[in-house]
Design a protein around this ligand. Structure first.
Ligand code: CDT
Length: 330
């Protein structure tokens, strides 16, 4: 048996801050049409796909920040054309964007991704949970990582959605580095995980590891796919954005952990694959049959013995707040 989903991972090259929203939407439409011409069922865009990766800048004026980078509605005036074109072509899409919303009179901002089906209807929504970086402006850093300042932690959990003939999940960028992301989705039977990312090569908080960015991009996605018997579609916005280089390597990874398609440029480019959702079966029903082999009750997580593995954060280590400001540059 086979259940084929044809996937186009639509990598974006850099979006400069000066680029108009119309030019960005034009690029997304061109990629959507190219994906359709390749026969794709779904086109997967990156995290925060509508603008430059703005968390690298300190922008203290909330109104200015939101006016330039955030969406108040989805679809909105700029993005409606994506939904209309998807419905006209009969193709689904995944889109990451910055969301500002008012709930019970309180303004909230999230790093969000949606799944849209081939009729142009939103069928899934996820708000990023693992926000990297630091919550405060750090003038000693040449590039900021201010997601903790600009976004709240997502409040929707890691849900799965029945669409495109299978069980679909989403995560966003830094989420892909955490095993919990894949396992929570895996425990719900996920068959394909969409993950957009913006990953600058330079991380001032761990600069000694910059040369490993590409390796550490693929490592958790391949492991997460294999250990949870799921396809993973990782899609970058990449290249040099306003002077800062971001990694590419947009990839489609099978439940075996193998990369079956990967972009080779740092520009707008599609990686395409025919993904058989039934390829998950051998892993879900043999190697990683959770019911048959997974034994969380034996992991010792609830022991109170000193030094034992604990599900709770240790309090005897410095937290981010107590680490000296220049610890990573010494
Ligand atoms: N967007 C995002 O989550 N990026 C982080 C960058 C960390 S290095 C500055 C990531 O994990 O890729």
């Amino acid at each position: 048996m086979s259940r084929i989903v044809k996937v186009a991972a639509a990598q974006l090259g850099p979006i400069q801050r000066a680029d108009s929203r119309a030019s960005v939407i034009g690029r997304l439409l061109a990629l959507m049409r190219e994906a359709k011409s390749m026969g794709a069922d779904v086109v997967v865009y990156p995290e925060l796909a509508l603008s430059a990766f703005f968390t690298k800048w300190y922008i203290p004026d909330d109104a200015a920040l939101e006016a330039e980078f955030f969406e108040r509605e989805m679809p909105g005036p700029d993005t409606r054309v994506l939904f209309e074109e998807a419905a006209r072509l009969g193709i689904g899409f995944h889109l990451g964007y910055a969301e500002v919303t008012v709930e019970a009179g309180v303004k909230r901002r999230f790093n969000t991704a949606i799944l849209v089906d081939a009729t142009g209807q939103i069928v899934g929504k996820y708000r990023k949970i693992h926000l990297p970086g630091h919550p405060d402006y750090r003038p000693e850093y040449p590039i900021q990582d201010l997601e903790k300042m600009y976004f709240e932690i997502g409040d929707l959990g890691f849900p799965v959605f029945d669409v495109f003939g299978g069980v679909m999940g989403m995560c966003i960028c830094n989420d892909r580095r955490w095993p919990e992301t894949y396992r929570v989705l895996g425990l719900q039977g996920v068959e394909m995980i969409f993950c957009g990312y913006n990953t600058p090569i330079h991380n001032p908080m761990a600069a000694s590891e910059d040369h490993l960015q590409n390796f550490q991009n693929l490592l958790p996605m391949q492991a997460g796919a294999y250990q949870n018997a799921s396809w993973v579609v990782g899609v970058a916005k990449c290249g040099v954005e306003d002077g800062w280089e971001m990694i590419g390597q947009s990839s489609i990874i099978s439940p075996s952990g193998e990369i079956v398609a990967m972009c080779s440029t740092l520009e707008d480019e599609i990686a395409f694959a025919r993904c058989d959702l039934d390829r998950t079966a051998v892993y879900k029903h043999a190697v990683f049959d959770f019911a048959a082999h997974r034994r969380p009750e034996h992991y010792g997580l609830i022991t109170s013995r000193k030094g034992a593995i604990s599900p709770f954060p240790r309090t005897d280590r410095p937290t981010e707040r107590t680490v000296p400001a220049h610890h990573d540059e010494e």
